[in-house]
Design a protein around this ligand. Structure first.
Ligand code: AMP
Length: 284
């Protein structure tokens, strides 16, 4: 992988990189488009990283379809598809890992102990292998994107981090590889997340700035049959709770729908309307 990147760089090409766990959807594909805009050559990696899954999480059942991913990557003009085998990534258990620090203590980090250590460790490894000029991440995973940005700054990685908007279905559901698990009633119930974000956004635009009042408003909307709320919180870019909401405040939400854990977020000043909406086929 590194030889490919170095050869491309010698030819004067800027390299863009999109790390994923595969089972590609339009959200991933827009990251590729963004990387294309920022670079001359694009590397897409697919690696379901065991390090970031807890013992009771869905590592074994995580959706995989490499054949389909290959053709989607080709259609989107990916220059290099990097699909490392598990034993190439981890020939031995990594004893040294990236400490994700206090930004990883709350929200996703609290719900999934060790998750962000696993994420940052694999992202650090991939950045060393690909040596990109720019790496593109989705806003959909807000806490992850902020942590990656911070790791790159704190540990002097030589690449830019670009964060692309969330891609949604026309009805508001944020695209996720895990949406494939949502059938029938669960698919409808899953709309509670984006509805709750929109309710908070509307209340804020209506003049409410007290973060706790806004969180209560969001929770009321989130609590619907079939949905088990985990958290709904107003935070800043350092993932700290805010007391008063402003345009930069991010509303983050997590809930279980059936057996599927979903997350979503909105930046209040931008609103859900700024996100990209796409019509996907039934299979997506
Ligand atoms: P994953 O394969 O789920 O690990 O995601 C790989 C990358 O795609 C991450 O940077 C995610 O934030 C991003 N991503 C996933 N879903 C979306 C979405 N709906 N919109 C934008 N980016 C996304």
């Amino acid at each position: 992988m590194r030889a490919w990147s170095r050869a491309a760089r010698i030819r004067g090409h800027r390299i863009g990189f999109v790390p994923t766990m595969g089972f590609l959807h339009e959200g991933h594909l827009r990251l590729i488009d963004r990387a294309k805009e920022r670079a001359d050559r694009v590397v897409l990696s697919i690696f379901v990283n065991p390090l970031q899954f807890g013992p009771r999480e869905d590592f074994a059942g995580y959706p995989r379809d490499l054949q389909r991913d290959r053709s989607l990557a080709k259609e989107r003009y990916v220059d290099c598809l990097f699909v490392p085998a598990s034993d190439a990534m981890y020939p031995m258990e990594p004893l040294v890992r990236v400490n994700a620090g206090p930004m990883a203590d709350t929200l996703e980090g609290a719900a999934r102990p060790g998750h962000f250590v696993g994420v940052l460790t694999v992202v650090a490894k991939l950045l060393h292998m690909v040596e990109p000029d720019v790496a593109v991440f989705g806003r959909k995973d807000f806490q992850q994107a902020m942590l990656v940005r911070r790791m790159v700054a704190d540990l002097d990685f030589a690449c830019d981090v670009e964060i692309a908007p969330t891609v949604r279905e026309l009805d508001g559901l944020a695209l996720s590889s895990r949406n494939v698990y949502l059938k029938g009633d669960d698919r409808r119930a899953a709309l509670a997340l984006s509805r709750a974000l929109r309710a908070v956004e509307q209340a804020w635009r209506g003049g409410e700035a007290d973060a706790r009042a806004l969180e209560r408003r969001g929770m009321e909307t989130l609590k619907t049959p079939g949905v088990t709320p985990e958290y709904l919180a107003l935070v800043d870019a350092q993932i700290r709770p805010v007391a008063r909401a402003d345009a930069k405040t991010v509303v983050v939400v997590a809930a279980k729908v059936g057996g599927t854990r979903l997350i979503d977020n909105v930046v209040l000043g931008e609103g859900i309307a700024i996100d990209v909406s796409v019509q996907t086929t039934a299979k997506d």
